[in-house]
Design a protein around this ligand. Structure first.
Ligand code: T4K
Length: 371
């Protein structure tokens, strides 16, 4: 391994200025109100609504609990149609609700659930669809809604990757019944750990706020069997500061994506994703797909070669969720049902892309792929 070269990782957390954070911490210390819907939580929710161009949001302690809570809130039963090409939290949230995940194959261009394959997976027990805007690529929200309307299904978007993503000037978070976000350290926008649920109306916002606080609607009234998944004041303050710098981080990511595309456009056997028409992307991930026959070496060989030079891409999302022991026995986990997802999981590497990468870092990554 070439340890002389500095390590380049798939991402690096966007960190607020420490002195500014300290000022906010002093304020929190002086007020001694450190969680339970304090002033910074309220400010963060208001600022996120305006930044994301959405009507209502409820912030959570991570990006998994809003998924679990969304399924609870909509009283989903039976089977939920979803994608195997995601982080395992998507399917776990279904399992934690005692529901059955039903996997549907993905579209090779976007890596999102393929709407053409959804109807065949619907049974009398299906009550919801949980698609993922994978890598921040918007799902075919129109087609998915048409199917949902036809079969009276609810739609919960796992929008963990889709912070700030817009289509035709509208937030992608406005589609479906509910959408969820992750503000984990590895995301474009982070609050260390954190997440959120996005909803269309105030009534739902109030209900979700109760659910994430044990179901309390006032000091003595519990309206539902809630959970504790509240964000605290310290992370809300951190999140407020990161909101001021996230645009510039996205700009840097975009420049890196453009450099990668330019350098890789004529490399046989390497495919990448272009921007989608009318979409404001956030460049949270830069997946490439390695065709072993045309490129000459396998995805895993390239992955190892990069590691030898201290460059750490990640194989998101390999292995497919449907191959994990909890899920592999499901009928829909049969690889014959998921040919595109199975192939892409074996071809993908997400290249390092983040706000702190230098031009030299980008060149180092490119050189490893082209040489
Ligand atoms: N739905 C989807 C579609 C998701 O992708 C996720 C999370 C969720 C739901 C659930 O949201 P959360 O409950 O997590 O909020 C990471 C993240 O832990 C996870 O949040 C994320 N998706 C997933 C795609 O990636 P790992 O296991 O790859 O993370 P880790 O620790 O290996 O970090 C990756 C790289 O990031 C490191 O090699 C270096 C860098 N890093 C990471 C951390 C944590 C840092 O430089 N500093 C850090 O503090 O899962």
């Amino acid at each position: 391994m070439n340890m002389e070269l500095e390590r380049i990782t798939v991402t690096s957390p966007l960190l607020p200025d420490l002195a500014e954070f300290n000022t906010l911490l002093q304020d929190i210390w002086s007020r001694k109100w450190i969680t339970n819907n304090g002033v910074y939580i309220k400010q963060l929710e208001a600022k996120l609504c305006s930044y994301l161009k959405i009507p209502f949001i409820s912030v959570f302690t991570n990006g998994t609990l809003p998924l679990i809570t969304a399924l609870q809130a909509l009283r989903i039963t039976g089977e939920v149609i979803t994608t195997p090409f995601s982080f395992v939290a998507t399917t776990h949230s279904i399992w934690w609700n005692g529901l059955k995940p039903v996997f549907v194959d993905i579209d090779p261009e976007t890596c999102n659930i393929n709407p053409d394959k959804i109807e065949a997976a619907i049974t009398p027990r299906t009550s919801a669809i949980m698609p993922v805007h994978c890598y921040g690529n918007p799902c075919d929200v129109k087609r998915i809604q048409e199917i949902a309307d036809k079969y009276h299904l609810k739609v919960i978007y796992d929008a963990a990757h889709a912070f700030g993503v817009e289509k035709d000037g509208e937030s992608i978070l406005k589609y479906g019944n509910l959408s969820t976000l992750s503000f984990h350290a590895t995301k474009v926008y982070n609050t260390v750990e954190g997440g959120a649920m996005v909803m269309a109306d105030e009534r739902t916002k109030n209900y979700i706020d109760y659910l994430k606080n044990f179901g309390f609607a006032g000091e003595t009234e519990v309206v539902a069997p809630g959970i504790n998944s509240k964000m605290d004041e310290v992370r809300a303050a951190y999140g407020l500061l990161n909101l001021n710098i996230v645009d510039s981080a996205i700009e840097t990511r975009k420049k890196i994506a453009l450099k990668y595309r330019e350098a890789l456009k004529n490399v046989p056997g390497i495919r990448y994703m272009d921007d989608m028409p009318g979409v404001r992307h956030n460049y949270g991930y830069f997946p490439i797909f390695v065709n072993e026959k045309k490129y000459g070496i396998s995805r895993d060989a390239l992955y190892e070669k990069m590691k030898e030079d201290n460059v750490y891409g990640r194989r998101y999302f390999y292995p497919l969720i449907s191959t994990f022991s909890t899920y592999r026995g499901l009928e829909s986990s049969d690889p014959a049902n998921l040919p595109v997802a199975t192939r892409l999981a074996n071809e993908v590497i997400c290249l390092p892309i983040h706000h702190a990468m230098s031009d030299d870092d980008v060149t180092r990554v490119i050189q490893l792929i082209v040489s």
